[in-house]
Design a binder for this molecule. Structure first.
Ligand SMILES: *Cc1c(COP(=O)(O)O)cnc(C)c1O
Length: 419
């Protein structure tokens, strides 16, 4: 509801938060089986509308960092609501173009890639942020002033939910360190490079708005050196709530602070601001539906063993991330404590001590906030199938990826005839 939203005060907007009902989740599980990823299109729209409403008074563009979730139908939905796309690989660039985005709405923020991939992106006509001196030099030698590019800088700021998702600190591999500005300027001058943007991305799950302000301040010292600059790109990393009372990035405050910062530093011409939200756009739209295979009572712990594992959702094991879990097939059951574990031959514990409505074998457990870096980081470990994916739009269920079948496991293998 993009039009109606701008008429309501922000707190009202938030209370309208879209969430799928247990009924529709159970229907999806019964219709398509489990484990199953379910995405809610209207929730993505709501998140995007919140961003655009908050920044309505600034010249801002949003590029969905699609590495969070690249199903082609999600990309197409993102296109219909008017967002652009940020890519982390040349294949993501190709997926975005396949989804129908014009190259001018596609951004490739590279990191440590071969120059050939940058060339390919240039030939596809998309925006490019270059993140090393060596690729910047190669680009300059080959294309000179002909193809405007951006520079990915490392601002030397520590930020983000944990070290694994911090990208802007002074030991991070991402971007060209700001203290190498003299080297950058030398390359720009020698090769007559046309630098149209400066990019920073300090990490993920940044709840403190001041981190973005600090980033802007770092950029303010550098901006005057680039006469052809059109925009600055502040990356993504907005935090979303994972449970009640959880802190999240105050988008409205961020919008205010960004406007304030730019207003107090007038430059030779106004600069547009770009953002690359990934998790913010799709985390809450996603649900991982699983079923309980085994209840194992032990002296200390009761295990609820589900038909999934870190092959389907690795975030709890990889990042110690918290995912809210609910037993949607026994919502009135007595609350008890469980360790929710997977069926993979590794310790794949989703939650060590979680209060759930009594869990019985066959019950449906749903994981919330499963839209970002869920399916996208899944694998076939233990030769298990990747889950199917379903999109709910206008209350209709659409299968958007089939569950793997046995043949998929052998698909790219070359079976030698004599061994
Ligand atoms: C991953 C990534 C993002 C998105 O991060 P979120 O935490 O999902 O918002 C944005 N920009 C770049 C360059 C990234 O690598």
């Amino acid at each position: 509801m993009p039009i109606a939203c701008s008429l309501f005060p922000v707190h009202y907007l938030r209370s309208m938060s879209e969430q799928l009902s247990n009924e529709i989740l159970l229907q999806a599980a019964q219709q398509f089986g489990t484990p199953l990823y379910v995405y809610h299109a209207e929730k993505i729209t709501e998140q995007f509308n919140r961003l655009t409403a908050a920044f309505s008074k600034s010249d801002v563009k949003f590029f969905y960092a699609c590495k969070a979730l690249t199903n082609i139908n999600i990309l197409k939905h993102i296109k219909t609501i008017g967002a652009n796309v940020d890519c982390s690989s040349i294949n993501e660039v190709k997926l975005a173009l396949h989804a129908g985005f014009p190259p001018s709405n596609v951004l490739y923020t590279s990191n440590g890639i071969a120059f050939e991939e940058i060339e390919e992106a240039k030939n596809l006509g998309v925006h490019i942020n270059i993140d090393s001196l060596s690729n910047l030099e190669k680009f300059g030698k080959k294309f000179g002033h002909d193809y405007p590019v951006g520079i990915r800088l490392r601002p030397n700021i520590m930020a983000g939910g944990n070290l694994k998702i911090s990208t802007g600190h002074d030991k991070s591999k991402f971007g060209i360190p700001v203290d190498q500005l003299p080297e950058i300027l030398k390359l720009v001058e020698q090769n007559n490079l046309h630098i149209k943007d400066l990019h920073i991305h300090t990490g993920s799950e940044i709840k403190d708005v001041e981190v973005f302000v600090k980033g802007i301040e770092v950029l303010f010292d550098i901006i005057p050196h680039f006469k052809e600059l059109e925009f600055v790109d502040l990356g993504g990393g907005f935090k979303v709530p994972y449970k009640k009372g959880d802190a999240s990035t105050d988008i409205e405050l961020l919008a205010e602070k960004v406007k304030e910062a730019f207003n107090s530093h007038p430059y030779h011409r106004p600069l547009q601001v770009w953002f690359e939200p990934g998790k913010f756009m799709v985390s809450e739209c996603g649900y991982l539906l699983t079923q309980v295979n085994v209840i194992k009572e032990t002296e200390a712990i009761t295990f609820a063993g589900i038909n999934s594992g870190f092959n389907h959702l690795i975030r709890p094991m990889f990042y110690d991330s918290y995912h809210r879990i609910q037993n949607i097939s026994n919502p009135g059951g007595e609350e008890k404590h469980y360790a929710v574990v997977g069926n993979i031959c590794e310790t794949d514990t989703f939650a060590w001590d979680r209060k759930l409505n009594e869990v019985r074998e066959g019950d449906y457990l749903v994981f919330y906030n499963a839209g970002a870096y869920g399916f996208e980081m899944s694998s076939n470990f233990n030769s298990r199938f990747k889950p199917a994916e379903v999109l709910v739009k206008n209350n209709e269920l659409h299968l958007i990826r089939k569950r793997d079948v046995f043949e998929d496991l052998l698909k790219n293998q070359i079976e030698l005839s004599s061994l």
